[in-house]
Ligand binder design. Structure first.
Ligand code: NAD
Length: 372
């Protein structure tokens, strides 16, 4: 197969491309605009493969997209290109509307124009796989809100039937793109599949997101900021488990279906940061200056003002993925986090190179007094 991956220079897209080149015989065309979040250095292990090609293209540019489709003639599309950071969407939503909504629309139209020229099995086998987030569902009840009489009951999870209720400009723009993708099946018969996944973590994650930010700040002895009380719950999935899941979906999933992907790893943000500190204490102990207590990484934790509209809990029910596609995550949170931390310790040059000077791990997504 020839797989057109959009956003292949990003965190998850690059994991998908490394997976395809290293574990299958398929070819990849990586279509990426190379925004601040796109880094070809994340693909050094596959750049030399004759099954890998790169096109620097904006998904909002219809003419360039047409050229890529008709030049490379892909069998399937895996669409990951997006603006992906909630805090940035609060500070500047315009890019999110443009790339996530207008860009997805433009890509759908370019894909449809190309698909209409296909015949026979090529037309039948074509897939447009849209990669989305569990954040489109809004948030779930939090254990703190449970009545005493309900404590024995299990808290609900997001299923493929959960109604959309996005909270941030990011999640609203992703929800809009999901709706567009499903409408292109219903209206034009374009063979689409949608996946909604929980929070990913792992190697090559841009240092603005919680886990890499905490690892790098800790190593530099900087504050480890926790939004509010840090009791927000996320369901963490190791990025390579997500990449395997996405490949299964695009090759074995059914047209028109939605698949929820998650790791069954519900953790509060505070637990995540404390666990990172404990693993770092072991793998990269801080220098013994003064009291040994002060040398624990956890002493760097500070609480800062919460994110506006912050969702309290996400958790995925991934039963459909396991029952219909026989997929299960291979990493537990503990094994995946340890691998991730070791990767950052071994790849500090990558971290320096991807931070181009315009972003210095400062706080984003805070509203001015007048806006709040
Ligand atoms: P990322 O921000 O790391 O990468 C996004 C990539 O898209 C970058 O390489 C960037 O250059 C590219 N891009 C941005 N705008 C573009 C445009 N207009 N044209 C072409 N390329 C463009 O994002 P990620 O974390 O890898 O997420 C990938 C996808 O997975 C996104 O659609 C995101 O919504 C979804 N997702 C992410 C998570 C997560 O935890 N990171 C979880 C579930 C779903």
């Amino acid at each position: 197969m020839k797989i057109l991956v959009t956003g292949g220079a990003g965190f998850i897209g690059s994991a998908v491309i490394r997976h395809i080149i290293q574990h299958t015989q398929d070819s990849v065309i990586n279509l990426d605009k190379l925004t601040y979040a796109g880094n070809l250095e994340s693909l050094v292990s596959v750049l030399g493969s004759d099954r890998y090609a790169f096109e620097q293209v904006d998904i909002c540019d219809r003419a360039d997209l047409k050229c890529v489709f008709f030049t490379h003639q892909p069998d399937v599309v895996m669409h990951l290109a997006a603006e992906s950071h909630v805090d940035r969407s609060i500070t500047g939503p315009a890019e999110f509307i443009q790339t996530n909504i207008v860009g997805t629309y433009t890509l759908l139209e370019a894909a449809r124009e190309y698909w209409n020229t296909l015949e026979g099995s090529a037309k039948q086998m074509f897939r447009f796989h849209h990669i989305s987030t569990d954040e489109v569902y809004g948030d779930l009840p939090h254990p703190d809100e449970q009545q005493e009489s309900d404590l024995a009951k299990e808290l609900p999870l997001f299923t493929e039937q959960t109604a959309y209720a996005p909270s941030s400009p990011y999640s609203a723009s992703k929800a809009s793109s999901d709706h567009l993708v499903r409408a292109w099946l219903r209206t034009y018969d374009l063979p689409i599949i949608v996946t909604n996944c929980s929070n990913n973590y792992g190697p090559y994650h841009f240092p603005e997101k919680l886990i890499p930010l905490v690892i790098l700040n800790a190593l530099e002895g900087k504050d480890l900021p926790i939004y509010g009380k840090g009791d927000q719950i996320r369901d963490w999935l190791y990025v390579e488990d997500h990449a395997r899941a996405l490949y299964k979906v695009v090759t074995e999933g059914k047209v028109g279906e939605t698949y929820n992907i998650g790791g069954h790893n519900e953790k509060t943000n505070l637990e995540v940061v404390e666990t990172i500190c404990e693993i770092l204490d072991e793998l990269a102990p801080r220098p013994q200056i003064g009291s040994s207590l002060k040398t624990k990484y956890s002493t760097l934790i500070i609480h800062v003002k919460d994110r506006p509209g912050h969702d309290r809990r996400y958790a995925i029910d991934a039963t459909k993925m396991s029952e219909e596609l026989n997929w299960k995550p291979e990493e537990t949170f503990e094994t995946g986090l340890r691998k991730t931390i070791q990767w950052y310790l071994d790849n500090l040059t990558w971290c320096n190179n991807v931070q181009d000077g315009s972003y210095q791990r400062e706080r984003l997504g805070v509203l001015k007094e007048k806006e709040a």
